[in-house]
Design a protein around this ligand. Structure first.
Ligand code: IPE
Ligand code: IPE
Ligand code: MG
Length: 245
C-alpha cells in the first residue's frame, strides 16, 4: 500500500503550516549559489499544494520570507522577490483551475511595488474560490503581528469600540493577520532545524510539530504523506488525559 493510500481521510489535518528551510544549504552542497536552492524550492511547493488539494485539506500555510530575512544580502533578497513574482505568474492558472484561494500574512508594504501588486492581484483573482486556501507568509514576523494587534486593540479601546471585558480568545484572534483561519493542526519544518523562527507563535499553541532533516528542495509529495501519517498516529490531548478522549 502506498503512503497516500494509508492515510485515513477523516483524520487528516484541516490546516498544515510549513517552514520551508534548507534551500541555501542544498545549493551550496551542489556548489551553486544560494538562489539556485530557492529556484528549486518551487517544485516542492507545487507538489504539496497539489497533494493538499487532492486530499481535500482546507488550509495550507507556507513561510516564504520572514521580516528577519530582509537582513540577508541584497542580491539574495532581490532574487527571492523576483522568484516570487515569476512563480505567481506561472501558478495563476493552476490556482484558478483547482479552485484554490490565495491569502497572505505579513507586512506587504515592505515588498517591492511590482511584487506586491502581482501578489495582491492574485489574491483578488482567487478570492471567490472555495477549495483549498493557500496562505503565504511573506515579510512575516509573529511578534510583529502580536504588537500590531496590541496597538489596534488600544486604539479601539480608546475609541470605545471594545471593552476590557470583551477581550477573549475570539475577539483577540480578530486582530491577528490570520483572522478567520483556524490554528494549524500540523507544523512541518524541513532541514533539521528545531525552532519556530518567529512563525505563528500564538497560533501554534497546540499544533503537532514535525521535523525532517530533508532540505526543502528535496521535499516531495511522498515526504508530505509521511508527515501526515505521523500526524495521524499522534494523540492530541489538549491537556486532558488519554482516558478522557
Ligand atoms: C529557506 O531556506 C528559504 C528562506 C528563508 C527564504 P534558507 O535560505 O533559509 O536555506 P538555509 O537554511 O540557509 O539552508
Ligand atoms: C525561517 O527560515 C524563515 C523561512 C523559512 C521563510 P530561516 O532560515 O530564516 O530561519 P533561521 O534564521 O535559521 O532561524
Ligand atoms: Mg534557513
Amino acid at each position: 500500500m502506498s503512503l497516500k493510500e494509508k492515510l485515513v481521510r477523516d483524520k487528516l489535518p484541516g490546516h498544515v503550516a510549513i517552514i520551508m528551510d534548507g534551500n541555501g544549504r542544498w545549493a551550496v552542497r551542489k556548489g551553486a549559489a544560494r538562489i539556485f536552492g530557492h529556484q528549486n524550492g518551487v517544485t516542492p511547493v507545487d507538489e504539496v499544494v497539489k497533494a493538499s488539494a487532492e486530499l481535500g485539506l482546507r488550509y495550507l500555510t507556507f513561510y516564504a520570507f520572514s521580516t528577519e530575512n530582509w537582513a540577508r544580502p541584497a542580491e539574495e533578497v532581490d532574487a527571492l522577490m523576483g522568484l516570487l513574482v515569476s512563480t505567481i505568474k506561472k501558478e495563476t492558472k493552476k490556482l484558478l483551475d483547482n479552485n484554490i484561494k490565495l491569502r497572505t500574512v505579513g507586512d506587504l508594504s515592505k515588498l517591492p511595488g511590482a511584487t506586491r501588486r502581482e501578489l495582491l492581484q492574485l489574491v483578488d483573482t482567487t478570492s471567490a474560490n472555495t477549495g483549498l486556501t493557500v496562505i503565504l507568509a511573506i515579510s512575516y514576523s509573529s511578534r510583529n503581528e502580536i504588537i500590531l494587534a496590541a496597538r489596534q486593540i488600544i486604539k479601539d479601546a480608546v475609541e470605545g469600540k471594545i471593552t476590557a471585558a470583551e477581550m477573549n480568545f475570539d475577539t483577540f484572534e480578530n486582530y491577528l493577520q490570520t483572522s478567520g483561519i483556524p490554528d494549524p493542526d500540523l507544523l512541518i519544518r524541513t532541514s533539521g532545524e528545531y525552532r519556530l523562527s518567529n512563525f505563528l507563535l500564538y497560533q501554534l499553541a497546540y499544533t503537532e510539530l514535525y521535523f525532517t532533516s530533508k532540505l526543502w528542495p528535496d521535499f516531495r509529495a511522498e515526504d508530505f504523506y509521511e508527515a501526515l501519517l505521523e500526524y495521524q498516529n499522534r494523540e492530541r490531548r489538549f491537556g486532558k488525559t488519554s482516558q478522557q478522549l
